[in-house]
Design a protein around this ligand. Structure first.
Ligand code: 5GP
Ligand code: ZN
Length: 144
């Protein structure tokens, strides 16, 4: 547990939250400043800054419960769909330094836009070269 981490304090019960689900490994609670009402955060009960350091058992617990939590949130707000979102690292938008998976129920009429963009690769081999370089890294990483 990290001393100054707000989500660790929530996990320990030192700061209140509106809990929707808990098991041995994860806690899920309402986001205090939701994109849509019913926006929920799923966090591992142990402190990890980055998704890349979260052990498989916690990852599994987070992802396994996410569809159920999402479906129930969608039903409850009479929504149509949901987004799962995780900001990993500061420039990706991570503000709280304790890994958390956002579950955001969506309505066709909610007017929210993630601001997605669609760049293009140079004509030729740029995309395939990048894919190959990433694939090589993955292979090496998995062999470590
Ligand atoms: P991030 O930007 O790091 O992906 O998301 C952090 C999220 O945590 C934000 O959506 C923010 O509203 C939420 N949040 C920050 N502080 C608290 C808190 O004290 N309680 C709850 N329930 N949510 C919080
Ligand atoms: Zn923490």
């Amino acid at each position: 547990m990290e001393h100054n981490c707000i989500f660790c304090k929530i996990v320990k019960g030192e700061i209140p939250c509106s809990k929707v689900y808990e098991d041995d490994l994860v806690l899920a609670f309402m986001d205090i400043a939701p994109i849509n009402k019913g926006h929920i955060l799923i966090v591992p009960k142990k402190h990890y800054l980055s998704l890349t350091s979260v052990p498989a058992e916690y990852l599994e617990a987070m992802m396994k419960i996410a569809p159920t939590i999402a479906q129930c949130a969608v039903r409850e707000i009479d929504g149509d769909a949901f987004n799962l979102h995780l900001s990993n690292g500061q420039c990706a938008g991570q503000v709280v330094p304790h890994v958390h998976l956002h579950v955001i129920p969506r309505k066709a009429t909610d007017g929210f836009n993630f601001g997605w963009r669609a760049l293009t690769y140079e004509e030729g081999t740029e995309k395939d070269e990048l894919a190959e370089a990433i694939a090589t890294r993955i292979e090496k990483k998995l062999a470590e």
